[in-house]
Design a protein around this ligand. Structure first.
Ligand SMILES: Nc1ncnc2c1ncn2[C@@H]1O[C@H](COP(=O)(O)OP(=O)(O)OP(=O)(O)O)[C@@H](O)[C@H]1O
Length: 253
């Protein structure tokens, strides 16, 4: 992302939400995007893919893939798969997992007679055993952890080389959180995925991220390898995040 600017229209003037965000996501690496609530993390992620709330738009900047500018509709679902915070609201309650898998594949132009085998393979990859039974389930018949695994499996169906994960474990209990984080880590390494992980949990950052980008009030203020962010934070907002985390979990990081 290069100098991405995002604004909301208020009456006759623009209210800037993201003010020139630039960041690089590399295959096989996990980049954590952190910062206080409301600093613009989700807008940055959505803006890059052309998915923004009504009244909010990208006013400048561009996204490049391998150095060439790419339109958001070519990015979304094809180059970038996304997993979201609350799996229960991301699924349609009246559709089964089989319906969701077919819909996902149709959306990326990959629905063919091999859909079932590919979905079962993706389910197995994320640790959903007995995939045949899972295909028949509706979202309300599954636990939060199962649903998050299913969402990750559906994201993998597109074979997109990049994965944006917006607070992927926030709504899960701690044990399930740890399993999902391990799964994402494993997938990033094994499938050589470039992952953008949005989080405000520095514990997640310490555990997973190779590199960290810190946002404050719509701006990127610091990017550094994870170790450096914890050992030698350069900006006050970064220090605050690290210190708040260390106060809660002195033994981590
Ligand atoms: N629909 C909207 N219209 C206008 N402004 C919005 C809208 N949704 C969010 N905002 C504003 O955009 C800014 C950035 O929000 P964003 O959701 O990107 O923050 P965030 O860093 O992801 O926060 P969180 O960690 O709480 O998810 C905030 O100031 C928020 O108030």
């Amino acid at each position: 992302m290069e100098d991405l600017r995002i604004a909301a229209r208020h009456g006759d003037h623009d209210h800037v939400l993201v003010d020139g965000a630039s960041l690089t996501i590399r295959r096989g690496r996990i980049l954590a995007l952190v910062g206080a609530s409301g600093c613009g993390k989700s807008m940055t992620c959505g803006g890059a893919q052309g998915v923004l709330p009504p009244g909010v738009r990208v006013t400048a900047g561009r996204v490049l893939h391998d150095g060439r500018p790419i339109a958001s509709e070519k990015l979304r679902g094809h180059l970038v798969a996304t997993i979201l915070q609350n799996p229960r609201s991301a699924f349609n309650p009246v559709l089964t997992m089989a319906d969701h898998a077919r819909e996902t594949l149709r959306a990326v132009g990959k629905l063919d007679s091999g859909w079932r085998g590919r979905t079962l393979e993706a389910f197995a990859t994320v640790g959903l055993e007995d995939g045949d039974a899972v295909l028949q389930l509706h979202p309300f018949e599954m636990s939060g952890g199962m649903l998050q695994r299913a969402m990750i499996a559906l994201a993998l169906l597109s074979d997109a080389p990049f994965l944006f994960a917006d607070e992927p474990t926030t709504d899960l209990d701690l044990i399930v959180q740890a399993r999902i984080l391990d799964l994402l880590d494993d997938l990033a390494r094994r499938r050589n995925l470039g992952v953008l992980m949005i989080t405000h949990d520095m514990g997640v950052v310490a555990r997973l991220a190779d590199e960290v980008t810190v946002m404050e009030n719509g701006r990127i203020i610091e990017t550094a390898p994870t170790r450096e962010i914890f050992d030698n934070p350069k900006r006050a907002a970064t220090r605050e995040l690290v210190e708040a985390h260390m106060a809660l979990y002195p033994e981590v990081a």
